[in-house]
Design a protein around this ligand. Structure first.
Ligand code: FO1
Length: 315
């Protein structure tokens, strides 16, 4: 298959489909653009959770229990840090720590995040291009009933418990889309742009908030398809449904399609939600979107690519 695909993704949920796409496409045919709104500086280190979750998942070394971090991890650093009275709320495993330390060193030496993640991806044996949405700083903040919280304070420290009132993506209006990521959209043979089943508010909106991304997607040369992160009005994992309720949005896959209105050429719904297809304003593909096994990921990837081919075919 010489088809090339660009996927926009957050962390855990999106990475599952990205892995499926990587496995069914030819080597090197996938470019994954990651949300960096979750990034933050912690213990003096540059932490990029979604990029790293994608890196580890695509390389087959992700922690299967946690969804984030490395497999075969040890936690000696954290244990020592906590023994010394240091911060223990955000857990960095020993292997994972090396990635943060090396990334921080290279950033300080003037390398771009795109270049660093490209080098890491090669080091981890990936043919897939792994790209940050921007090389500039964009940070997600969550306005809640207990005040405005930096993303990881909301997500990890407070376990998403505060009620969300609004989200903002500091730095997004002035940020540029990373050049390599934009170039991926201009590749010959681009067959699809896929919005992975990630949280629309926390993972995809930070990408869409960058003007260059909006413009590039508006002039796309391939069908743009989103996969619903909701199944039967519930998220497989994470706070998507809770955030929708708190923002006063009906918790339904249809609301996700509406959220991306104007951008989409097609929407993938889970079979549980087949009845919603009639109300959707763009063409719909109904399939199983729950990704428990590797086979599920590959099957969903094939469905998405088949749907894109249908949408691209002249009518
Ligand atoms: N998530 C947690 O719930 N607790 C943690 O201690 C934690 C540590 C962590 C370290 C590195 C990394 O790349 C990710 C980590 N995550 C942790 C996950 C992460 O913060 C969130 O899942 C994402 O930001 C949301 O996509």
């Amino acid at each position: 298959m010489s088809r090339r695909v660009v996927a926009l993704s957050g962390g855990i949920g999106g990475a599952k489909l990205a892995l499926g796409l990587q496995r069914v496409l030819s080597p090197g045919a996938l470019s994954v653009v990651a949300n960096t709104g979750d990034d933050f500086e912690h213990l003096g280190l540059a932490i990029c959770p979604d990029l790293d979750t994608l890196l580890y998942t695509l390389a087959g070394v992700a922690n299967p229990e946690l969804g984030w971090g490395r497999s075969e991890e040890s936690w000696n650093f954290m244990a020592e840090l906590e023994r010394l009275g240091g911060e223990g709320w955000f857990r960095l495993g020993d292997r994972d720590l090396a990635v943060h330390i090396e990334r921080t060193r290279r950033l300080a030496a003037g390398e771009s995040l795109s270049a660093i993640m490209g080098a890491f991806a090669r080091q981890f044996g990936l043919d897939t291009q792994l790209l940050p949405m921007s090389d500039e700083r964009v940070r997600t903040f969550v306005d809640t009933d207990v005040g405005t919280l930096a993303f990881q304070q909301y997500f990890v420290a407070r376990q998403c418990a505060p009620r969300v009132r609004a989200l903002h993506y500091e730095g997004s209006a002035a940020a540029h889309a990373a050049a390599g990521a934009l170039a991926a959209l201009d590749q010959p043979g681009l067959a699809a742009i896929v919005i992975c089943p990630s949280n629309p508010y926390l993972s995809i909106d930070p990408i869409l908030a960058i003007p260059g991304w909006r413009a590039a997607l508006a002039s796309r040369k391939a069908p743009l398809i989103a996969v619903s992160p909701l199944i039967g009005g519930a998220a497989v994992k994470g706070p998507t449904a809770k955030i929708m309720r708190e923002l006063g949005v009906e918790v339904s896959a249809l609301s996700v399609a509406t959220h991306y209105a104007g951008l989409l050429d097609g929407f993938v719904l889970d079979e549980t939600d087949a009845a919603l297809a009639a109300c959707c304003s763009v063409p719909v593909r109904i399939t199983r979107t729950l990704m428990r096994s590797l086979e599920d990921r590959e099957n969903l990837a094939r469905e998405v690519l088949g749907f894109a081919a249908e949408l691209a075919a002249p009518r």
